[in-house]
Design a protein around this ligand. Sequence first.
Ligand SMILES: [Zn+2]
Length: 330
Amino acid sequence: MQAWQPLPWQSQLWHQLVHCQQSDNLAHAYLLRGMPGVGKAQFAKAFAAYLLCKSPVDEQACGFCKECELLKAGSHPDIVIVEPDDPGRPIRIDRVRQLNEFSHKTAQQGGRRVIVINPAEAMNLNASNALLKCLEEPGDNTVFLLVSARTGDMLPTIRSRCQQLKFATPDRASAEQWLSGHLDNHIDQVAMLLDQTGDAPLEAKRFADEGLLEKRLELAHCVKGLFKGAMSPVELAKDWQKSDLVLTLTWLISWLEDSVRLEQGVAESDIRNTDQEKMLSYIATKVSGRAILEERDWLIKQRQALLEGGNLNGQILMEGAFSRYLELVL
Ligand SMILES: [Zn+2]
């Protein structure tokens, strides 16, 4: 039942919501916001389970009653979890249209109905408008839990109809403790994983599970090869165009930000990518901070276009990124 429990650093928000439920003051829609990997979706599912459970224990779903069994089997009739078919893809409008009917029928198990939308920014304009109709005329006893790391990309009219719950990152000690107990590999790299993910434990676990620390090192290796003339931007773009482009750009951006810090005289130990200090100092000695920031801003613009669902050509995008990187040190 672990997937249906809140995470240790979420207890304050959890008690706040449980209190609302117990005092019959639950809003009909909540927006769970905060950076990726802090456990918003898990919280939403855990709270949905708590609302549906017939006999909660310690203010959490019991895991054993008929409701909890149905939930674990994925066949509870009073909950709908709307997610994209594949991560990073839009949520289909027909999934949202079905919600209208669902939110107005009587709960089959006699309690509440819960709708989880994750991530809410994955709804395009049509899907958002369809959801807005549901939010404007909610059925009795229906609770919407919208999850988003990018609330700025949501329709403002949807945001304003939700009570907002802000999820902060846990402190380093809590993050380390949780991550250490949940890693299958990279157990000796807990600190590095948290450094690279801004202390977001679930994102750090994803980095470990998907070998993203290695991927990052591979990218650093490629950039060094680029600087040495061992590889061309076109060759590198061929290798990287199929990668997670948002993440690849995020690493390239983060390195430039550290280069600027070094150029401004910040101590080597105070940058985020201490393991790449040599390469970053090299960039900083070759070019002015202003030129580095211009390149960074260009990368941020491309990343934003990707996040907004823009259909950029991966090869051309990465060729541009690597060419511009190379120009910095020429
Ligand atoms: Zn239960």
